[in-house]
Ligand binder design. Sequence first.
Ligand code: SAH
Length: 215
Amino acid sequence: MVAFLSSEVSEAPIRDQRVLDALLQVPRHEFVPVEVRDQSYNNSPLPIPENQTISQPYIVALMTQLLELKGSEKVLEIGTGSGYQAAVLGELADEVYTVEIVPALLETAKKKLEELKERGTLHYKKIVAVTADGSKGYPPGAPYDAIIVTAAPRRVPVELLNQLKPGGRLVIPVGDLFQELQRIRKKEDGSRIEEVIVPVRFVKLRGEGESGKGQ
Ligand code: SAH
């Protein structure tokens, strides 16, 4: 798996050793449905229940690398899905909040995260997994050092920017049919630096904040 993550064929190779280690540490097969388990270590997205998808490992690694986690951060993930990305974040940050709009997905993911922690496979300090509409962020845990969104809104919800600490990073796919992965860094003075990273294809972000005002 590390071969394709660090390979030069991609425009943005994964060079953050902590991210590479976390991807090796977290057993992706535990988070995918039994029917596709044999494909767990291919670099491809896989279906999870409720018509959702778990991103390909390269995109998980790239988005995680863009968050620039050193270990002391509080991170918010919007779109828990299978819980795989949350597990990766848990190995790399201090506190993870992850919100999922579909209760059944959240329950399965939460159980899996707990089970793997009990087994000693995962070592996270704190993962708070809740059913909620994350299209306007998750105020109870705010402000965050980093926010990762794993479903695409048409525009960046302004609430997410408001819930970032100064110096914080937001990594988010934006768009409709055509989507691009963006990283938005909130500077200490409150101004923002926006970078467009790569074209991506994510499921749509649902919920009330999605079609509202944006940046
Ligand atoms: N990060 C996940 C994959 C996410 S797929 C993983 O590692 O498996 C996108 C997820 O976002 C889906 O589970 C979908 O139900 C969820 N989602 C969509 N809109 C949402 C919203 N407004 N708030 C929270 N979750 C949402």
